[in-house]
Design a protein around this ligand. Structure first.
Ligand code: S3P
Length: 455
């Protein structure tokens, strides 16, 4: 396990184009493989997680040509994907179950079964690293089974996941949690199912799959979901309906820079005196940028410039600067899913904000690459934070900043990068154990951070 040290430093100044969006890259590889003509992906994320998706679709029979580093997208490669067609996996399946290694990629583990479940004649076993083996898959297995799929998990809930292709029937499914991965899985299964498949989400979650499927010619009906009494007061999620199609037709998918990766530099700029950082070319899909509203309420200096959407995804740039003292904030309800991957950064911001920052309704964090309630709380406590875990979030008593110490990434890429930002904003520096995990989504993170520090 490699450790890296991040000493107090700053200011951070300049601009940065973060690496390509991880969520959109996973989807581009899968949708490209589902097509039957060649699809070009401009600026596909070249990182461990999305490499797992390239490998997986190759195992299924897709031909993925790597065309080299992407000119406009640092950290990205251009791809040409020769798809096998929507019903291709069964044709390419050998007699015995085909093994697919998803590595650390939860999105791949949850999305791919949706496509495979409706392929009579094929069988697959999806497995991954130790972290993946701790992350629940019953959330996709149960609704897929209700559609007629044959899906088996360890103890009914953990990978490896065995999928045997069967004819599927559409269902109407009210998701118990706002998960883009579950929603996407069921929409992919719906492309192969008889009748209509409807997914109702309790709160909004990222909608990249819907946007990409529409671009590929699929008619998706969507409307704000009617919210059950217990959930009133939250932002409404969507009710989305899909029917089977013959084929997908998408010849080109550009990928914006990843807001979630850029968020580390933005938060570093907010925390370190004298800083001003612009992240450019980032996706500004409203289902992804909950952090901006949170930063705004904390009193951080943030400016957003929205450009024209590219291939149906809003893009633009965000500037963050150090300024007025931060005030504590409460985050909960429908806002949680809009900032789900940035909540570790909210905990860090809370350490520097006057008052009590409270995140609630975020039980989902326990099922990420690590139990992110435990790993964030223990990691920040170890560097001097006054933070306590709750069942569904955390409470931070802020204002004192951080002394420093050693933070364990727990093999989680977002924890590794959180530790780095904590270190440069701390008084004595932070040693991040297992820093190499950052390469899951952002291999160039340390170099980009150093460039902004002028180091
Ligand atoms: C993702 C969805 C989110 C997010 C993950 C990527 C996706 O998970 O945390 O990093 O690409 O669909 P859930 O929506 O399932 O919580």
């Amino acid at each position: 396990m490699a450790a890296a040290r991040f000493d107090p430093a700053g200011p951070l100044r300049g601009s940065l184009r973060p690496p390509p969006d991880k969520s959109i890259s996973h989807r581009a590889a899968i949708v490209g493989a589902m097509g039957d003509a060649e699809m070009r992906v401009d600026g596909y994320l070249d990182a461990a997680d999305t490499r797992s998706t390239i490998a997986a679709v190759r195992v299924l029979g897709a031909e993925v040509r790597e065309l080299g580093a992407s000119a406009g997208a640092p950290g990205g490669i251009d791809l040409a994907i020769g798809g096998i067609g929507l019903r291709g996996p069964a044709e390419h399946a050998p007699g015995e179950p085909l093994a697919i290694d998803v590595g650390n990629a939860g999105t791949l583990m949850r999305l791919l079964p949706g496509w495979l479940a409706g392929q009579p004649g094929g069988a697959w076993i999806l497995d991954g690293d130790d972290s993946i083996r701790r992350r629940p898959v019953d959330r996709v297995a149960e609704p897929l089974r209700a559609m007629g799929a044959e899906v088996e998990a360890v103890d009914g809930r953990l990978p490896p996941l065995r999928v045997v292709g069967r004819p599927l029937e559409g269902i109407s499914y009210r998701m118990p949690l706002a998960s883009a991965q579950v929603k996407s899985c069921l929409l992919l299964a719906g492309l192969l199912a008889a009748g209509e498949t409807t997914v109702i989400e309790p709160a909004p979650s990222r909608d990249h799959t819907e946007r990409m499927l529409r671009a590929a010619g699929v008619e998706l009906a969507s409307a704000p979901a009617r919210t059950p009494v217990a959930l009133r007061g939250r932002l409404p999620g969507e009710k989305i309906t899909v029917r089977a199609v013959e084929r997908l037709a998408l010849d080109h998918q550009p990928v914006p820079a990843d807001f979630s990766s850029g968020a580390f530099a933005l938060v570093a700029a907010v925390l370190v005196r004298g800083s001003e950082v612009t992240v450019s070319g980032v996706g500004l899909n409203p289902t992804r940028i909950g952090l901006l509203g949170i930063l705004n309420r904390m009193g951080a200096g943030i400016e957003v410039t929205e450009g024209l959407p590219v291939a149906g995804e809003p893009r633009g740039s965000v500037t963050a600067r150090h300024g007025a003292p931060l005030t504590a904030v409460r985050v909960g309800g429908g806002e949680v899913s809009l900032a789900i991957d940035e909540l570790p950064l909210v905990a860090l911001l809370g350490c520097f904000a006057e008052g009590e920052t409270i995140v609630s309704g975020a039980e989902e964090l326990r099922h990420k690459e690590s139990d992110r309630i435990a790993s964030v709380v223990e990691g920040l406590q170890a560097v001097g934070a006054e933070i306590e875990a709750t069942e569904d979030g955390f409470v931070v008593r802020g204002g004192g900043g951080l002394d420093g110490g050693t933070l364990d990434s727990c093999g989680d890429h977002r924890l590794a990068m959180l530790g780095a930002v904590a270190g440069i904003a701390s008084r004595d520096g932070v040693e991040v154990e297992g820093f190499e995990a950052a390469a899951v989504s952002y291999p160039g993170f340390e170099a980009d951070l150093k460039a902004l520090l002028g180091a």
